[in-house]
Design a protein around this ligand. Structure first.
Ligand SMILES: Cc1cc2nc3c(=O)[nH]c(=O)nc-3n(C[C@H](O)[C@H](O)[C@H](O)COP(=O)(O)OP(=O)(O)OC[C@H]3O[C@@H](n4cnc5c(N)ncnc54)[C@H](O)[C@@H]3O)c2cc1C
Length: 387
């Protein structure tokens, strides 16, 4: 089904992204990122120079000023994932969807001026640290504290599973500034690379997204100046996290749809090329039925995602609607990828093949950004009229 949500600006931008992909994404680069467990800084800087990160950064701070129009980010996801570089798409996603928005939408003027220009160029890599060893889904169970002292806060605690955590220069960190677990007991602070007592910890070995770092972080008596409190207001952290939820969930849904589309395209190409019993794999009825299912699922995915992209642009995508998108899209993604792997036979299991990498990457889409169980809980609670 033809999609119709992109206009000529988006298509011109797609050409820019395609050009970047042609110059910077190839097997050698992907292998290097996978071996190093991170995307190299030169690639992030090149992305900054090409203007394909920092999309929501206002023009006055050196960005593209696309604010609420996530369609441009969707284009980046589509092209980078189609090139088999899920890890690079992940690194871009953390920068643009998880770190930058807290400064663009909630930062003080001083914070914006200090950080956004360098986030748009890729000189400053951001991360968002919420999860802790003892608290993931239940975020109000975090133990990292920020105690008020003269001129700022002293932070103690640990975070885990932080995407871009090893390479980040700036970490938007969810901390407790009050007692108990009421929403106003939490704040977001900016913790900078090099602050005394801040340790990036070790990179975690994952089944997928091998080329994008995920790390543990620890904070031992880290002094964070008052001006690093996001928005300059204490007790707003939980509300600030809630404000970015629609975007976070939409971004995972879009990445899921882009991976499903890529899996379909790779599978069609592969099954037209490979033969068994004197016939192309696609000439077996079972293959055609499977591909028909994949193609129809991908059409339905885009129809839903495109509707959500437009709702987001108009400021109408609620956290609950975005939760539906996140869990439904990532589950369809999983089905499509699994079917695609099967039609690739043994090669579908070999990580040299993009479908194998995308399959492994896809698994975490159902876990992070709020697990799919938590997404269903949010949707079900709203329908049931429970808070
Ligand atoms: C590769 C990767 C990257 C990540 N990146 C980041 C990042 O950049 N920043 C960050 O802060 N975090 C990040 N995370 C953490 C991620 O968001 C959490 O792992 C996720 O929210 C789940 O939390 P948990 O691991 O503590 O699982 P738990 O909360 O312990 O959940 C375990 C299981 O119990 C289920 N469960 C829990 N509560 C309920 C309930 N009320 N009802 C029904 N079922 C429930 C869950 O769905 C899950 O199946 C990342 C994780 C991974 C693996």
């Amino acid at each position: 089904m033809e999609r119709d949500i992109y206009d000529e600006d988006h298509e011109a931008f797609r050409d820019l992204v395609k050009d970047f992909v042609k110059r910077h994404v190839n097997n050698e680069a992907i292998e290097k990122w996978n071996a190093d467990g991170e995307v190299d800084r030169a690639t992030m800087l090149a992305a900054g120079e090409a203007g394909i990160i920092g999309l929501s950064v206002p023009e006055e701070f050196g960005g593209a000023g696309m604010l609420q129009d996530y369609r441009f980010r969707a284009v980046v996801n589509e092209e980078v994932i189609a090139a088999g570089a899920g890890s690079l798409a992940g690194a871009f996603g953390i920068q643009d969807d998880l770190a930058v928005p807290y400064l663009v939408h909630m930062g003080t003027q001083e914070q914006k001026e200090k950080w956004l220009p360098r986030m748009a160029t890729g000189e400053v890599i951001g991360a968002l640290a919420m999860t802790e060893p003892g608290a993931g889904s239940d975020l109000r169970g975090i133990k990292t504290t920020a105690k008020k002292v003269d001129g700022g806060y002293v932070v103690n605690g640990a975070k885990t599973f932080i995407s871009s955590g090893a390479t980040a220069d700036l970490v938007v960190t969810f901390v407790k500034t009050g007692e108990g677990n009421r929403p106003d007991a939490f704040s977001l602070v900016l913790i900078e690379n090099g602050m005394e007592g801040f340790d990036h910890g070790k990179k975690l070995h994952k089944m997928g997204f091998q080329g994008h770092d995920t790390a543990e972080l620890s904070f031992s008596d880290v002094f964070v100046p008052e001006e690093n409190l996001i928005g300059g207001k204490e007790g707003m952290g939980f509300i600030q996290l809630m404000m970015n939820l629609p975007l976070e969930r939409l971004s995972i849904g879009v990445a899921g749809a882009a991976a499903a589309q890529a899996a379909l395209d790779w599978t069609v190409a592969y099954t037209k090329d490979r033969e068994a019993f004197g016939e192309r794999i696609i000439d077996f009825q079972n293959s055609r039925f499977t591909i028909a299912d994949m193609a129809t699922t991908v059409d339905a995915l885009w129809a839903y995602i495109d509707r959500a992209l437009l709702a987001y642009k108009d400021g109408k995508l609620s956290a609950e609607e975005a939760a539906k998108v996140k869990f439904w899209a990532t589950e369809r993604e999983w089905e499509v990828l699994d079917a695609g792997v099967q039609l690739h036979g043994g090669y579908g299991y070999i990580t040299e093949y993009p479908i194998a990498r995308a399959f492994l990457d896809a698994r975490v889409h159902r876990i992070y950004g709020g697990t799919n169980e938590i997404m269903r809980e949010i949707v079900g609670r709203q329908i049931a009229g429970k808070r």
